[in-house]
Design a protein around this ligand. Structure first.
Ligand code: MN
Ligand code: MN
Length: 468
C-alpha cells in the first residue's frame, strides 16, 4: 500500500507537465553520449572557422561514400553527394526513395563563430611593438578576448593569384598571439566605465612581434619589417597581400571536459558546431531514407546570414531545384514541401545570471535537445514563429523515439534577443523550427555544453531524417 499513488498524485501525473530532467537518462544513454562526444571534440578542434569545418566534413564524408554532386548525373535512392559553396559552406545529401518529390528533409547549422578578423591593412608598429588592427566578427563581449592565447588562421591570395593557407598558434611548440589588457593597478578610469566603453572595438589590437629587423641601416619601423620578413619567408607574401586575405584570430586552446564528472565540454565555437556535428553524423547514418535528406552547413550566421555563403543566398534553394529537376518536379514545389530543423544553440539557464532568464521557459544543461519555437526580440520581431502544427509534429517525433527534449526561450522578455537562420528558411515557404543544444557562456571564447544534450541533438536529427 505504501507504494500506491494517491488519486491526486495520479491526476497530477496525468495532467501536469513536469520536466523529468537529467535523472530520466539511462546509463546506456549517458555512455553513448560520452562516446559520441569524443568524435565531436575532434571535429570542434579541427573546425574553428568555416573553411576548416568544410574541409574536415568533406574528408569525413568522402570516407563514407559521399561524392561531388553533378547536376547532370542520375542518382538512385541511397546515393550520397556533397555540394560545396565557395569553400565555406557544404551540403551533404542522401538521396531518398521519393527523391525530393515530396520535399527534402533539411537540417541546417552554421559553421561560423564569433571571432576577431584582421582589417585589410592590419600590420603596424607602435612604440617598438608590432600589432594587427582588427574588426571583430559577430556579437562578442570584447573584454573576454583580451589576455588569452590566440591563433592566426585563414587564407591569403597573392598578387599572382596563388593562395596560401595560414594557421599559426595551435601547435604546442608554435608561438601564438594576444590582445593585451590594462593592469588593474592603472584601471581605475577603465573600471568606472560602462562595459561597452571600457574596451572598444578599436582596442582589439593583436600583439604580433617586438624584435627589430637585425643589421638594419636605419631605424624606420624595424619591428614591423622583421614581422614582414618572417611572413615573407614562411608564406612568400608581401604586406600588400593582406589586402586580398581572410585572416582571423580564434582561441588557441583545445576543447576540454568540464567538471569532476566530465559531464560537459568547454571549447571555442560550440555555437554552432555543436549542432553541425550531430547533423553531419545524422547524414552519415542515413541509409536509404524516404525523402532526400540534406544536412547543410552554412556560413555568415553570426553577421546576419548575408552574402553568397550565408543562408540568405540562393545556394541551397538552387541545389534543391537541381535535385527536383532530375526527379521531374518543379523546383519550387520541392522547396515548398520541404521541412527543416534549423539546428542552432540556445542559452542555457545560468544560476549566476538567473535574472536574465525566465525559469519556466528556459532551457537547461542536461535537459536534452532544446526546441525554440521562436527567437527574435521586442515582441517577437525578426523571427519565424513556428506553427503549432509543425511544433506538434516535431514534438511527436521526439517523444515517439524517446528523445529527451525541452522548450527554450532566449532569456526574459525585452532583455535583448537574437536570431537564427530559421526565418530565412521559413521565407522559402518551408516549415521550420529551431532545434539544438543549450550553451552556457554563449559567444565567449570558451563555451560550455552538456554531452548528453549533444547526443540528444544527434538522435533528433537522425530520427528526423528516418521519418516517413
Ligand atoms: Mn548560432
Ligand atoms: Mn551565435
Amino acid at each position: 500500500m505504501a507504494d500506491e499513488k494517491t488519486k491526486t498524485e495520479q491526476l497530477r501525473e496525468r495532467l501536469m507537465n513536469e520536466p523529468k530532467g537529467a535523472k530520466a537518462l539511462s546509463k546506456e544513454d549517458i555512455a553513448a553520449a560520452d562516446e559520441f562526444c569524443e568524435g565531436y571534440k575532434k571535429f570542434l578542434n579541427a573546425s574553428p572557422v568555416e573553411r576548416e569545418a568544410v574541409r574536415y566534413t568533406l574528408c569525413e564524408a568522402e570516407k563514407r561514400g559521399f561524392v561531388p554532386f553533378d547536376p547532370d548525373a542520375d542518382y538512385k535512392p541511397g546515393d550520397r553527394v556533397y555540394y560545396i559553396n565557395r569553400g565555406k559552406a557544404i551540403a551533404l545529401a542522401v538521396i531518398g526513395k521519393n527523391g525530393v518529390k515530396n520535399g527534402a528533409r533539411l537540417a541546417i547549422a552554421h559553421i561560423d563563430s564569433p571571432r576577431i578578423d584582421l582589417k585589410p591593412n592590419p600590420l603596424y608598429e607602435a612604440n617598438n611593438l608590432a600589432l594587427f588592427k582588427t574588426h571583430y566578427y559577430g556579437g562578442l563581449k570584447k573584454y573576454q578576448w583580451t589576455a588569452i592565447p590566440l591563433t592566426l588562421r585563414g587564407v591569403i591570395v597573392k598578387r599572382d593569384g596563388s593562395s596560401v593557407d595560414v594557421s599559426w598558434g595551435d601547435e604546442p611548440d608554435e608561438s601564438c598571439f594576444c590582445v593585451t589588457d590594462l593592469l588593474p593597478h592603472l584601471a581605475q578610469e577603465q573600471a568606472a566605465k560602462p562595459m561597452a566603453k571600457a574596451f572598444t572595438g578599436e582596442d582589439l589590437n593583436v600583439l604580433a612581434g617586438s624584435r627589430p629587423y637585425p643589421d638594419a641601416e636605419d631605424e624606420k619601423e624595424l619591428v614591423k619589417l622583421n614581422v614582414m620578413a618572417i611572413l615573407n619567408e614562411k608564406y612568400g607574401i608581401t604586406e600588400a597581400d593582406f589586402l586580398s586575405a581572410e585572416l582571423c584570430l580564434t582561441p588557441s586552446f583545445k576543447a576540454k571536459d568540464i567538471g569532476f564528472d566530465r559531464s560537459m565540454i568547454g571549447g571555442y565555437g560550440h555555437d554552432d558546431k555543436v549542432c553541425a556535428y550531430p547533423a553531419i553524423m545524422a547524414a552519415f547514418d542515413a541509409e536509404v531514407p524516404e525523402q532526400t535528406c540534406i544536412t547543410y552547413l552554412t556560413d555568415k550566421e553570426e553577421i546576419g546570414s548575408d552574402g553568397n555563403t550565408g543562408m540568405q543566398s540562393d545556394f541551397l534553394r538552387y541545389f534543391i531545384y537541381d535535385l527536383a529537376c532530375r526527379d521531374g518536379v518543379e523546383g519550387y514545389r520541392a522547396v515548398s514541401q520541404s521541412t527543416c530543423l534549423s539546428a542552432d544553440v540556445n542559452a542555457a539557464f545560468d544560476p549566476t545570471y538567473a535574472s536574465a532568464f525566465e525559469a519556466k521557459n528556459s532551457c537547461y544543461i542536461n535537459g536534452g535537445v532544446v526546441i525554440s519555437k521562436y527567437t527574435g526580440h521586442g515582441g517577437k520581431y525578426d523571427t519565424s514563429d513556428a506553427s503549432a502544427e509543425y511544433m506538434g509534429k516535431i514534438r511527436r517525433l521526439l517523444e515517439d523515439n524517446n528523445i529527451q527534449w525541452q522548450i527554450g526561450e532566449l532569456g526574459r522578455v525585452d532583455l535583448g534577443g537574437g536570431g537564427t537562420i530559421a526565418k530565412y528558411v521559413a521565407n522559402m515557404n518551408v516549415d521550420v523550427i529551431d532545434l539544438g543544444v543549450p550553451v552556457l557562456s554563449m559567444h565567449a571564447p570558451f563555451e560550455i555544453v552538456s554531452k548528453t544534450d549533444v547526443y540528444m541533438a544527434y538522435r533528433a536529427f537522425s530520427e528526423f531524417f528516418k521519418a516517413e
